[in-house]
Design a binder for this molecule. Structure first.
Ligand code: UDX
Length: 447
């Protein structure tokens, strides 16, 4: 973590900032802005979440977040408020970090953004800059401007590119900053809040800035669909996808990031944003068949992983016990939204498997069926550890890349399983070592 720049209240680079929404985006954003020396009020209307924050408990799993929040609270740079109307009083900048869930037609649902903008509009100081941080459809800056209805308030698009699990690091050290508005000066002012990051700043119009966010996430999704498709081809050819990706990654134009094959891409952003971009393209009359293909290919990937588990169980999972390791959409987060791991687990259950699942972030009380637990876990038998999940199983599927799965006692796993078969949908384990122990092993794109 970088050293905090100590600033006085009358420092011209220090601003009063309100952040609306203490979620995956708002919380790291607020803590980072406080770290940079700004005076930040973070508004959160969920009383439990607010109480947790006030007592120093983080409502999300994010490395380094508790320290950064504690630092801000300690220096007085970060305060919490139950009301956005209170938080925005006297603010120079107001960041909208409210959810933009997916609507029925694939487009982003702007109702939270709209409600927040309506609530604060009349209370803003003249000259306040409202910043759209949530991922919003192209044209939203104009939409928010209209709702606020104040010629003396400017709206700037400043999309976030944070990854869950490393949101603090990504906020402190962004690859780039994107700010877009009709008023380039207002956009540059927003960029100035993050000046100490030293990140390249792209100042553009709001439409372009909003498009950059969707185009980035859709590109990442398309890259992964490509990687997963190449992995499928490698299986047919007898090639090893890991070496293929090594060969690709050394090409600087391709790079090593986002080259790991898996059960498909998911999470709160990639699926939502790719579908939203497809919707935006359709509305604009543009045939974005490449993106439609990337989405369809991701569906195929989930089906391919399910088929691998069926094959490991002798052709069908009906009536079979299947162990599932990992339910979150990626490791080092507790987020199961649009998780490919969870989707595979449910598909197996729908095919008649008894699914015994373990995930380090999901608490279970001894393998009880999660009938009364969260809806998304219904139909799965939650286990307290990976061995319990493997007990009596005809196959274990490794679905999320939690590092701890590498270091298990695989002799013990072997001894508790009904049939020692592993489907490693993250290529996490060593095929030779597991086979030596007597497992059958199926990875993704390798033998
Ligand atoms: C993503 C973008 O990376 C981020 O810039 C944006 O702000 C929000 O969306 P995040 O949702 O946190 O971030 O997840 P990310 O790390 O990008 O992973 C997305 C999905 O791709 C996960 O399901 C992950 O398991 C999968 N993935 C990622 C792979 O299967 N292989 C990889 O090599 C990388």
């Amino acid at each position: 973590m970088t050293t905090r720049r100590n600033k006085r209240a009358n420092d011209p680079d220090t601003h009063r900032v309100a952040v609306i929404g203490a979620g995956y985006v708002g919380l790291p954003t607020a803590a980072t802005l406080a770290h940079f020396g700004h005076h930040v009020v973070l508004a959160e209307r969920d009383v439990e979440r607010l109480a947790a924050l006030r007592s120093g408990r983080m409502p999300i799993v994010e490395a380094g977040l508790d320290e950064l929040v504690a630092e801000g609270v300690g220096t007085g740079a970060l305060r919490f408020s139950a009301s956005s109307t209170e938080a925005v009083v006297g603010a120079d900048f107001v960041f909208l970090c409210v959810p933009t869930p997916q609507g029925d037609d694939g487009s982003a649902d702007l109702s939270y953004v709209e409600a927040a903008a309506k609530e604060i509009g009349a209370l803003l100081e003249p000259g306040t800059i409202v910043v759209n941080k949530s991922t919003v459809p192209v044209g939203s800056a104009t939409f928010v401007e209209r709702i606020i209805g104040r010629p003396d308030v400017r709206v700037v698009s400043n999309p976030e590119f944070l990854r869950e699990g490393s949101a603090v690091r990504d906020s402190l050290h962004p690859d780039r900053l994107v700010v877009g508005a009709a008023d380039a000066h207002a956009a540059a002012m927003v960029g100035g809040l993050f000046a100490s990051t030293g990140a390249p700043l792209i100042v553009t119009d709001a439409t372009t800035s909003e498009t950059i966010k969707y185009a980035s996430n859709a590109f990442l999704a398309t890259k992964l669909s490509y990687v997963n498709a190449v992995a499928g081809l490698c299986e047919e050819l007898g090639a090893d996808v890991r070496d293929v990706m090594l060969g690709l990654g050394y090409d600087k134009r391709i790079g090593f990031d986002f080259l790991r094959p898996g059960p498909g891409w998911g999470g709160s952003c990639l699926p939502k944003d790719t579908r939203a971009l497809l919707h935006i393209a359709q509305e604009a009359g543009y045939d974005f068949s490449l993106l439609a293909g990337a989405i369809a290919s991701n569906e195929q990937q989930l089906a391919r992983v399910v088929a691998k588990v069926e094959a490991a169980c002798g052709g069908s999972v009906e009536g079979a016990t299947v162990g599932v390791w990992g339910l979150t959409f990626k490791a080092n987060t507790d987020d199961r939204r649009d998780s490919p791991s969870l989707q595979v687990a449910h598909r197996l259950a729908d095919l008649g498997a008894r699914v015994q699942a373990f995930d380090p972030t999901v608490t279970a009380d001894g393998g009880d069926e999660a009938a009364s637990g969260p809806d998304d876990l219904r139909g799965l038998l939650l286990c307290t550890d990976p061995y319990e999940a493997a007990t009596g199983a005809a196959a274990v599927a490794v679905l999320t890349e939690w590092d701890e799965f590498r270091w298990l006692d695989f002799s013990r796993v072997h001894s508790v399983m009904a049939k020692p078969a592993i489907v490693d949908a993250r290529n996490l384990l060593d095929p030779a070592a597991t086979r030596r122990l007597g497992f059958s092993y199926a990875g993704i794109g390798r033998r």
